[in-house]
Write a protein that binds this ligand. Sequence first.
Ligand SMILES: Cc1cc2nc3c(=O)[nH]c(=O)nc-3n(C[C@H](O)[C@H](O)[C@H](O)COP(=O)(O)OP(=O)(O)OC[C@H]3O[C@@H](n4cnc5c(N)ncnc54)[C@H](O)[C@@H]3O)c2cc1C
Length: 421
Amino acid sequence: MIDFTIPDDIQQQRKLFEMVARDVMRPIARYYDEHEHEIPWEYVNRMWPLVKMEWAQRVTRAERQLAGEKKEKKEQKSGKRKYYPNLQLVHMVEMLCWGDAGLYLCTPGPALAGFAIDAAGTPEQKVRLLKRFAEGDPKWGAMAITEPGAGSDVSAISTTAVRDGDEWVINGEKIFITNGWLALEASDGLVVVWATVDKSAGRAGIKSFIVPAGTPGAKVTKREHKLGIRASDTAALVFEDCRIPLDNILGSPEVQRREDKRGFKAAMQTFDMSRPVVAAGAMGVARAAIEFVKEKLAEQGIDIPYGVPKHKLSAVQRDVLEMEAQYKMAWLLTVRAAVMTDERQPNALQASMAKVKAGKAVTWITQKAVEILGPLGYSTEYLAEKWMRDAKINDIFEGTGQINTLIVARRILGYSSRELK
Ligand SMILES: Cc1cc2nc3c(=O)[nH]c(=O)nc-3n(C[C@H](O)[C@H](O)[C@H](O)COP(=O)(O)OP(=O)(O)OC[C@H]3O[C@@H](n4cnc5c(N)ncnc54)[C@H](O)[C@@H]3O)c2cc1C
């Protein structure tokens, strides 16, 4: 059974991140929206010690796993100590995106690359690759899937990885990569690159590879200008005869056309972890918009009554209640999907459900906020218009709303990706 009460340690953590969101992020949100491509060092330096601490703990756990220690598992089983990193994460992300979604995406750390390594990496890879995020100067990770000819249809990926002796040689182009520049050029980070080792094998031939910063042949060719989340770095990358060690492949190099659990499936599991996190970010933006609307209405003497029949409410009161209901639905789906990740339950359906609902809810809620606020909503004096611009990306990256709806439909109706396209 899933328990929706917030554990004490997560409550404490929420308080800490609320302070960061309110005191560090909100005051600089407009500046970095208007100064795209600048690194928000005020925020990065505030977060880096916390991020390092978190990853140091994760690396220690991976080291224990590597050493064959079963202690952690025993403790989980006996119910002595519960560890819910993904539940913690969605609460943190919701709070930070309440502060500012674009700045949140600049949080140093492995980001999506961390999920990929966690989902598909061996304990040795987890230790080796994630250690850099537990020490030294701020650094970033990125995950590069999208190409000019492959977005929703991942099987169309044309970036290649060819084995040459003790190395893989990567060639191809990736676009719209969050933190691509931060990972490769602004820090000693790394990028997880999805590439095919055998195009004729379709999805089964797709594997993910770690390309560390400083690898010859890996370069940034463009930094995007965007509608929203403008503080976030989005880059185009090119890999030209980019050579990486053989053990920088995540999972098995074998192409098993049927049940390829260590290859494409493992790579796709990244989304089961990351989609609830994207959904949580959307919820932070949505909550910011709802709170602001309520605050401005209260200044006009308009309160939102609860438990009152609909016909006794004004149109604007009904609107706000609907915004809150949409928020709550999406948030509960998000929490469920995150807890399922922590409990190692299959959650592809629930992760996509949360992502679809959250992407649509935040888009609608922030538009409604601008509508209700009128000129206040449209003016750059306040952040409401920015939240509306920041919201839409949640319906695009980590699988668009349409693609996640398709996944939900397939899972519920029992169709394969070949049967329902
Ligand atoms: C700011 C930003 C950051 C991003 N960050 C990353 C990143 O870090 N890493 C990364 O790899 N990618 C990233 N992306 C890329 C993003 O994941 C893709 O844009 C997204 O997956 C959609 O792919 P596409 O752009 O090729 O659109 P397409 O796949 O060409 O889709 C275009 C439209 O058609 C719809 N569509 C496609 N197929 C179907 C179907 N079968 N049924 C119904 N509708 C369909 C889509 O929903 C969409 O509305 C980012 C994009 C943006 C804008």
